[in-house]
Design a protein around this ligand. Structure first.
Ligand code: NAD
Length: 350
């Protein structure tokens, strides 16, 4: 199995190095090949997504991605900025489904801004459509109307786009607690009315999965009131963008959360949800667990190695239970370690 490894910028190379250590330890037959992306891609070939990197990603069975971005590239034209690499990879590889689990490890309950009893044992999965909706709908622009400027965007979804993301959610729910909550704004938006119709029709093919619907404003509230009521949440690009960030903060630790972006055949790009953290880059203090857990997701969703994925997740849980902590997840009486030591602790637990 071929894995394209794209470390990127800032803390990207530091955290990816730890995930690679863990993957190598498992003794699977993985071909791990690295290439520059983001600012590193721009430095090597004036392109945040160099053609050779894209070719490697296309030929691979999965992509393990660190993070991209650095203030020193902010003045470049948009097409040359590091963040364009992610958008380019999503587009070129047809990655339409974003999966973001949010789990609260019992030992990290105190990291959440919410009360312990509200989040203890939380385990939800947000499935966000990634390539459609108001972000890509045409027409869009800023025009002159009655002597003043007017900004406009178009929210749109085709049936096929809704159907395929619904299937990803139903399939994922089958591997979990078999409940899907579809989130929309069907009381106001035509696009959402179609969304609700199509998701409901698709649910008939999954009689073992329970489907419910919720308006996005209510969902935003329920996520902080009683987040444990959810198993899988499926939603469009705009609502998913906001709700997945909200859900990640329930856990209180950005350095802990993995994510996956999948195509129609299950090939995917796996990355921590955080960015390149330039403020701590090069200091050896970044938390590598989100990236290590992203590697576990990669084994489960794209490489058919669910058992190996489970081993990694169990090792991470063991390390947390033993009180080993990077600076971003402090708890009283814990042993504070750096990036490399945290990787070593996971290796030892494996
Ligand atoms: P960020 O996620 O990089 O950092 C936010 C805060 O969280 C910082 O204080 C950082 O030190 C901390 N943090 C992040 N990851 C951590 C980890 N693993 N361990 C410990 N602490 C961690 O977000 P930002 O500061 O808004 O953005 C920095 C750069 O990252 C920008 O250039 C932005 O465009 C880019 N970015 C990239 C991605 C991506 O590659 N997918 C995502 C978000 C932001």
């Amino acid at each position: 199995m071929k894995v394209a490894v794209l470390p990127g910028d800032g803390i990207g190379p530091e955290i990816i190095a730890q995930a690679l250590k863990v993957l190598r330890k498992l003794g699977l037959s993985l071909e791990l090949q690295e290439a520059p992306v983001g600012g590193a891609g721009y430095e090597s070939s004036s392109d945040p997504l160099p053609p050779a990197t894209l070719a490697l990603a296309k030929a691979a069975d999965a992509i393990l991605f660190g993070a991209v971005g650095d203030a020193r590239y902010d003045k470049l034209p948009r097409a040359k900025r590091p963040e364009q690499a992610i958008l380019g990879l999503r587009k070129e590889l047809g990655l339409f489904a974003n999966l973001r689990p949010a789990q609260v490890h019992p030992e990290l309950v105190s990291a959440s801004a919410l009360k312990a009893e509200v989040v203890a044992g939380l385990d939800i999965l947000i499935v966000r459509e990634l390539t459609g909706d108001i972000y890509f709908g045409e027409p869009k622009g800023i025009r002159e109307t009655d002597g003043e400027r007017e900004g406009f965007d178009t929210m749109r979804y085709r049936e096929g786009e809704i159907r395929r993301i619904a299937r990803v959610a139903f399939d994922a729910a089958r591997k979990r607690s078999k409940r899907v909550c579809s989130v929309d704004k069907a009381n106001v938006l035509e696009t959402s009315q179609l969304w609700r119709e199509v998701v409901t029709a698709e649910a008939a093919k999954y009689p073992d999965v329970e489907l419910s619907h919720m308006y996005v404003d209510n969902c935003a509230m329920q996520l902080v009131r009683n987040p444990k009521q959810f198993d899988v949440i499926v939603t469009g690009n705009l609502f998913g963008d906001i709700l997945s960030d909200e859900a990640s903060m329930l856990t209180g630790s950005i350095g802990m959360l993995p994510s996956a972006s999948l195509d129609a055949r299950g090939k995917g790009l796996y990355e921590p949800i955080h960015g390149s953290a330039p403020d701590i880059a090069g200091r050896g203090v970044a938390n590598p667990l989100a990236t290590i857990l992203s590697a576990a997701m990669m084994l489960r969703y794209s490489l058919g190695e669910a058992q190996a994925a489970g081993r990694i997740e169990a090792a991470v849980a063991k390390v947390l239970k033993a009180g080993v902590r990077t600076a971003d997840i402090p708890t009283a009486g814990a042993r504070k370690v750096g990036t490399q030591e945290m990787g070593d602790a996971v290796l030892a637990a494996l």
